[in-house]
Design a protein around this ligand. Structure first.
Ligand code: FES
Ligand SMILES: [Fe+2]
Length: 438
């Protein structure tokens, strides 16, 4: 396809080896244990947003499977991560999700740990025949770094530098001022499915006609117009154009939703009847011209394609960053500590500042542009509480039924279309970790 996309020199289309994607990968405890041992212990994890930590002593607790990580803002403004474990006799040190403290005092025997992980005070320091532990013991520290306003940490002391690990995703998103985005939606759902559901699902758009029919008038899901890229680091990208789907014979007619998108930027929908897809370029030009005066200063840094299209970055293994002209959707899934049939799904929506605006449209209605509170739910309650389906409800309901089917002895491997090549690629990168090739 012809495109002005900033195709990265590393973009490639590797021939898949053809590793089978078997059902046991989704439900077997033995397989989940191998993921833990060979993959989760070695990658970078997203632990939060930098904006959560304003003052020295502010902290986030990120539980991952049976481990717990304490992320702490330092006196010097830096951010460090420690295992949330007291080094006296192993008690979990902090039992809340986040907060602010001058130091961390273990509730078991009152050992007091500093923000930098040093041991500051113990009871009866003279009673230790091997010497006072203060000045000797420290909380066990983990690598921690930030990119794009996200805090990352890793269990692996020898993990690659973060930017090298994420490459080329930071370069591909360089025109977006992600550090200064505001998180306006922050949801965590417990879902009855394996964590890999989301990696598979966000690695293809083949499910859109069946699962998200509402996108037809304005998102072009057809493979003939979609850009697919894979990178040596195991991350992928897919770009869908903002235009009526090329899949349908009436793609040239303007449907109500598309008419609204055009009208919002002073374009007359009637002008595009019979050539509806041309509205995309017109929209780029209109946003280029009118954006700054409407407060969208950040449009000045965007390429034309970034003014319209949906850019899905699937970062191995469990992080999806979907960038649109309006904001950034983050999806993160994490495995359940005990049961591979369950996982935790996080959806965050972050937006840039728009001059003169203090509200923004989200999946959950209009919200103020300010850092939001965390909400957690089970998927069943979440679904029951919604009046109408949003795209997450649609995806997650499939997650539950696919997990059921994958447990059948009838299922031995996927039968994939070319546009789903990134699904197999994801599993092959995972196998590279499990089998010692990465
Ligand atoms: S286990 Fe923490 S002070 Fe004893
Ligand atoms: Fe979907």
């Amino acid at each position: 396809m012809t495109s002005s996309y900033p195709t990265h020199p590393d973009a490639m289309r590797p021939e898949p080896r053809g590793d089978a994607i078997t059902g046991d990968r989704y439900y077997s405890k033995e397989f989940a244990a191998r993921e833990w041992e060979h993959m989760w212990k070695r990658i970078w994890h997203v632990g939060g947003r930098v904006a959560q930590l304003e003052e020295p002593g502010d902290f986030i607790v990120h539980d991952f499977m049976h481990e717990s990580v304490l992320i702490v803002k330092q006196e010097d403004g830096g951010i460090r991560a420690f295992f949330n474990v007291c080094m006296h006799r192993g008690n979990r040190l902090v039992s809340v999700d986040e907060g602010g403290m001058d130091s961390f005092t273990c509730p078991y025997h009152n050992w007091k740990w500093g923000l930098d992980g040093s041991l500051q005070e113990v009871q009866d320091p003279e009673d230790f025949p091997q010497g006072n532990p203060c000045g000797k013991l420290k909380l066990k520290e983990l690598p921690c770094d930030t990119w794009g306003g996200f805090i990352f940490w890793s269990f692996d002391d020898n993990v690659k530098p973060l930017l090298e690990y994420l490459s080329p995703i930071p370069e591909l998103m360089a025109n977006r001022d992600l550090e200064n985005y505001t998180r306006v939606v922050w949801k965590t759902l417990r879902v009855n499915t394996n964590w890999k559901f989301a990696s598979d699902n966000f690695n293809e758009a083949y499910h859109i006609p069946a699962v998200h029919p509402q996108f037809e008038p304005m998102i072009d899901d057809h493979y003939s117009t979609t850009l697919f890229e894979m990178y040596p680091t195991g991350h992928n990208r897919m770009i869908e154009k903002l235009q009526p789907s090329s899949r349908y014979p009436d793609k040239d007619s303007v449907k109500p939703l598309w008419a609204d998108v055009l009208s919002a930027w002073d374009l007359n929908p009637d002008d595009f009847e019979g050539r509806a897809q041309e509205g995309r370029i017109a929209l780029q030009q209109a946003r280029r011209k009118l954006g700054p005066e409407r407060g969208y200063k950040y449009f000045e840094k965007y390429l034309d394609d970034e003014l319209t299209d949906q850019m899905h970055h699937t970062c191995f293994p469990n992080l999806t960053l979907t960038a649109t002209p309006e904001g950034l959707h983050m999806f993160r899934t994490e495995p359940d500590a005990e049961d591979p049939n369950w996982s935790t799904f996080d959806y965050w929506y972050m937006v840039p500042a728009v001059e003169g605006r203090d509200e923004v449209e989200t999946l959950y209605g209009t919200r103020p542009i300010e850092e939001t509170e965390h909400s957690t739910d089970s998927y069943e309650e979440y679904e029951a509480n919604l009046d109408q389906g949003d795209f997450l409800t649609q995806d997650l309901s499939l997650a539950v039924t696919q997990q059921q089917g994958l447990r059948s002895m009838a299922f031995q491997d996927c039968y994939l279309s070319d546009q789903e090549a990134r699904v197999r690629r994801f599993h092959e990168v995972l196998n590279d970790y499990l089998e010692g090739r990465r």
